[in-house]
Design a protein around this ligand. Structure first.
Ligand code: XMP
Length: 523
C-alpha cells in the first residue's frame, strides 16, 4: 500500500484515484502524520501532495524522518519543494506564477518517465505535455539529485535521486491535463515502489465479506436504507455477507421522487430477499414542516425528524447490536484544508441518514475505504442495476429543498410528476455527437417547484397555475457547476409534456445560472 500525505491541494484526492487505478491500495492522511504512525502504516512508498502555501513561510511541514525510512518518495508541486528544502536544496519564489499547460523536456533517463513521451524533436529529445500550477520553484538541487525534466521557464521541472528512490515533479501528474500523468503515477507505484496490484473489485468483495463476517459474528445489524447509491451498495454487500442477520429500515419522509419507495422495496425486498422495514412517516414530517419557510430550518427539521423516526423503528429491533452506514472514503478523509478551519458553510447539507452516535450500537461501515466510483463498480459487481448505481445524487432532505418556501403535500405531488417527466425525457434522448443519453451527459438534473402562480391559456380557457423550473448541471465535483446546454427540442418536449400532463402547472422555465454564483439546489 501507498501513503499519500496531503498538504492541502484541491486535487489531492485525484492522486489517490490514480494510485487505485493501478490496483494498488492507498490512503490519504494529513501532512503532519507522525513518524510512528507512518511506520505503523508500513507503506511501500509515500507521495507528497501539492498545497497552497510556500515552504519557507508555512508550518505545513511533514516529518523529515520519512526520508530516512528507505522507501521511495514522490513529491508533487509543494511536495517537491518540501522535499528539496528538507534535503538541503533551495526553493525560491518565482517572479511570476506559472499556471496552465507546459511542455517539459526529459533530460536524463529516469524510471518515472521511461517510455513516456508526447512528442520527439529532430534531435531525438522527448517532450511531455503537463499541467503546471505554482509560484515557487526549486533553484538548487539537494545532494544526490539530478534534473530529470526542464522547461524554458522552470529549469527544475522534475528531479530525482534514483539511488534513494526519491522523485519529484513541479507539475501535477494527477490531473487529466497532464496526458501521461496517470502513467507516471503508475510507474512510480508499480516500478519504483514495486507495490503489488491486488486492489481489484472481486478481491475487495471477498475480503470485505470475510471482514464483515468476522466483525459481526452471529449478531444482528440494522441499516438505514435511503435508496441512494451508498446505502444501497452497503446493503447489498452486507446482505451478501450475513443474509438475514441484516435488517434495513427505509424511512419515507414523503419528499422522495415519484414511485421511489416502491422501487426500493421491489429491488431489495422482492428481488434480493433483503429484510426491509418500510416506514411511511409522511404525515409526521408534513406536520413538523407546516408553516416553515426558511431553508436551513427545513433542513434541520427533516434531518432531526429522520433520526427520531429511525431510532423509534430500530428501537423495536432489540436484538440488533450493529448499525451499518454507507460512509465512503471522501467522508472520512480529514483534509488539510479543513484543518485551517477556513471552510465556509453555505448550506448545512443535512444528510438524512447521518445518525447520532448515542444509539449504543457498534458501527459497521464496509465502504469506508472506497471512492464513489469504486462504490459504483462494487454495486455493479454485486448485481445492482446499472441505472440505480449510476443515478444522479439526490439530497437527503429530498423535495423539501426543491419546493421553495413552505412544503405542502400538494406541491410535492405536482413536483414529483414534473420531475419524473424531465428525467424520463433525459434518459430517452440520445445526443448524436456522443451517443450518450442526456441523463448520462448531465451530473444532476431535477425540477424545482416555485410557489407562484402565473396566467396561461389552455384551449379557450384561462389558467392561473404554478411554475416549475428545470435545473440540469454538468460538474465533476459539485463545488462548481455549469448549467447544461440541453437541446431546445428536448426542453420543448419536456415543457409540453409537463404542462399537458400535470394539471396545476402551466409554465416551465429553465435555469441558466452557473455555480458560483448560484448553487445547484435552489435552497
Ligand atoms: P448546492 O446546492 O450546495 O449542492 O450547490 C451541491 C450538492 O449537494 C447536494 N445537496 C445536499 N445533499 N443534503 C444532502 O444530502 C443537503 O441538505 C443538500 N443540499 C445540497 C446537492 O443536491 C448537490 O448535489
Amino acid at each position: 500500500k501507498i501513503l499519500i500525505l496531503d498538504f492541502g491541494s484541491q486535487v489531492t484526492q485525484l492522486i489517490a484515484r490514480r494510485v487505485r487505478e493501478a490496483h494498488v491500495y492507498c490512503e490519504l492522511h494529513p501532512f503532519d502524520m507522525s513518524i510512528d504512525d507512518i511506520k505503523a502504516f508500513n507503506p511501500k512508498g509515500i507521495i507528497l501532495s501539492g498545497g497552497p502555501n510556500s515552504v519557507y513561510e508555512s508550518d505545513y511541514q511533514a516529518t523529515a524522518e520519512l526520508f530516512k525510512l528507505g522507501i521511495p518518495v514522490l513529491g508533487i508541486c509543494y511536495g517537491m519543494q518540501f522535499m528539496a528544502q528538507t534535503l538541503g536544496g533551495k526553493v525560491e519564489s518565482g517572479d511570476k506564477r506559472e499556471f496552465g499547460y507546459a511542455e517539459i523536456q526529459a533530460r536524463h533517463h529516469s524510471k518515472l518517465f521511461e517510455g513516456l513521451q508526447d512528442r520527439v524533436d529532430d534531435a531525438g529529445n522527448g517532450y511531455l505535455d503537463v499541467w503546471m500550477s505554482h509560484g515557487d520553484k526549486v533553484t538548487a538541487l539537494p545532494e544526490g539529485f539530478k534534473v530529470i525534466a526542464e522547461t524554458p521557464s522552470c529549469p527544475v521541472a522534475a528531479m530525482a535521486d534514483e539511488a534513494r528512490h526519491f522523485y519529484a515533479v513541479q507539475f501535477h501528474p494527477e490531473v487529466t491535463h497532464t496526458k501521461r500523468g496517470s502513467e507516471m503515477i503508475h510507474r512510480f507505484v508499480l516500478h519504483v515502489c514495486d507495490a503489488t496490484p491486488s486492489w481489484t473489485m472481486p478481491n475487495y468483495i471477498d475480503e470485505a465479506i470475510k471482514k464483515i463476517r468476522e466483525q459481526v459474528g452471529d449478531e444482528e445489524v440494522i441499516l438505514g436504507l435511503s435508496g441512494g447509491v451508498d446505502s444501497s451498495v452497503a446493503a447489498a454487500l452486507i446482505h451478501r455477507a450475513i443474509g438475514d442477520q441484516l435488517t434495513c429500515v427505509f424511512v419515507d419522509h414523503g419528499l422522495l421522487r415519484l414511485n421511489e419507495g416502491d422501487m426500493v422495496m421491489d429491488m431489495f425486498a422482492r428481488n434480493m430477499g433483503v429484510k426491509v422495514i418500510r416506514v411511511d412517516a409522511t404525515e409526521q414530517f408534513m406536520g413538523k414542516l407546516a408553516g416553515v419557510t426558511d431553508p436551513e430550518k427545513k433542513r434541520k427539521i427533516i434531518g432531526g425528524e429522520f433520526v427520531e423516526v429511525f431510532q423509534q423503528e430500530s428501537g423495536k429491533l432489540t436484538t440488533a447490536k450493529w448499525l451499518a452506514q454507507g460512509t465512503i472514503y471522501p467522508d472520512v478523509i480529514e483534509s488539510a484544508g479543513a484543518k485551517t478551519g477556513k471552510a465556509h458553510a453555505i448550506k448545512s447539507h443535512h444528510n438524512v441518514g447521518g445518525l447520532p452516535d448515542d444509539m449504543n450500537l457498534k458501527l459497521l461501515e464496509p465502504l469506508r475505504e472506497l471512492f464513489k466510483d469504486e462504490v459504483r463498480q462494487l454495486g455493479v459487481a454485486l448485481g445492482l442495476p446499472h441505472e440505480m448505481v449510476y443515478r444522479h445524487p439526490f439530497p437527503g432532505p429530498g423535495l423539501g429543498v426543491r419546493i421553495l418556501g413552505e412544503v405542502k403535500m400538494e406541491y410535492a405531488d405536482l413536483l414529483r410528476r414534473a420531475d419524473a417527466i424531465f428525467i424520463e425525457e433525459l434518459r430517452n434522448t440520445v445526443d448524436e455527437k456522443t451517443g450518450k443519453t442526456w441523463y448520462d451527459l448531465t451530473s444532476q438534473a431535477f425540477a424545482v417547484f416555485l410557489p407562484v402562480k402565473s396566467v396561461g391559456v389552455m384551449g379557450d380557457g384561462r389558467t392561473y397555475d404554478y411554475v416549475v423550473a428545470l435545473r440540469a448541471v454538468v460538474t465533476s465535483d459539485f463545488m462548481t457547476a455549469h448549467w447544461a446546454e440541453l437541446p431546445y427540442s428536448l426542453l420543448g418536449r419536456v415543457s409540453n409534456r409537463i404542462i399537458n400532463e400535470v394539471r396545476g402547472l402551466n409554465r416551465v422555465v429553465y435555469d441558466v445560472s452557473g455555480k458560483p454564483p448560484a448553487t445547484i439546489e435552489w435552497e
